[in-house]
Ligand binder design. Structure first.
Ligand SMILES: Nc1ncnc2c1ncn2[C@@H]1O[C@H](COP(=O)(O)OP(=O)(O)OP(=O)(O)O)[C@@H](O)[C@H]1O
Ligand SMILES: [Mg+2]
Length: 165
């Protein structure tokens, strides 16, 4: 696990199950207002990772790909909601804003966005950006980049929780 600097963490996942578990570790650390962007090609494992995030956060609802509904909301028995946005079918940043993307981030719960590149201009600069890349049939490379103090802290806590260092 090469540690490049304080703001970046890179590692490999060797299976879908491992990717989900790595998502769980992150979900356990998320707070209301946190933004996690999941970038990477079609079928690379963004939804698998998001499923782990939701489990770790404590979702009582099953995680499905929000490609057709654009935004899924998961509950966990308190007022907080985890929002799962798929920007693949959004027309662009303007549509993301009119769907209330900014409002979701304010006092609602954490927000996970698949295909964040599609709505980049609508996203706050401070966020955790995760880029997934295909290595082979079962392996993926993940690169996490923290922008902003909250996300640098989050990334440090994640490194500790997921890799013990
Ligand atoms: N190491 C791995 N991590 C994640 N998924 C993997 C891995 N190895 C194989 N897979 C498979 O890759 C697929 C990933 O699908 P998933 O729906 O998560 O992709 P996605 O990035 O969300 O795609 P889309 O762009 O369509 O939303 C699943 O079928 C999963 O089983
Ligand atoms: Mg997906």
């Amino acid at each position: 696990m090469p540690i490049l600097d304080e703001r970046t963490l890179e590692f490999h996942s060797h299976s879908a199950e491992q990717t989900e578990r790595l998502g769980v570790r992150l979900g356990e650390l998320l707070q209301s207002g946190d933004l996690v962007c999941l970038a990477g090609d079609l079928g690379v494992g963004k939804t698998v990772f998001a499923r782990g995030i939701a489990r770790g956060w404590g979702s009582l609802d099953p995680v499905t790909s929000p490609t057709f509904v654009l935004i899924n909301e998961y509950r966990r028995g308190d007022e907080s909601r985890l929002s799962h946005v798929d920007a693949f079918r959004l027309g662009g940043p303007q549509e993301a804003l009119s769907l209330g993307l900014r409002e979701l981030l304010e006092d609602h719960g954490p927000v996970v966005v698949e295909w964040p590149e599609r709505v980049a201009e609508a996203l706050p600069r401070h966020r955790l950006w995760i880029h997934l890349q295909w290595v082979d049939e079962s392996r993926r490379h993940l690169r996490m980049e923290a922008a902003g103090p909250r996300y640098e802290r989050l990334l440090r806590a994640y490194r500790q929780a997921a890799f013990g260092g």
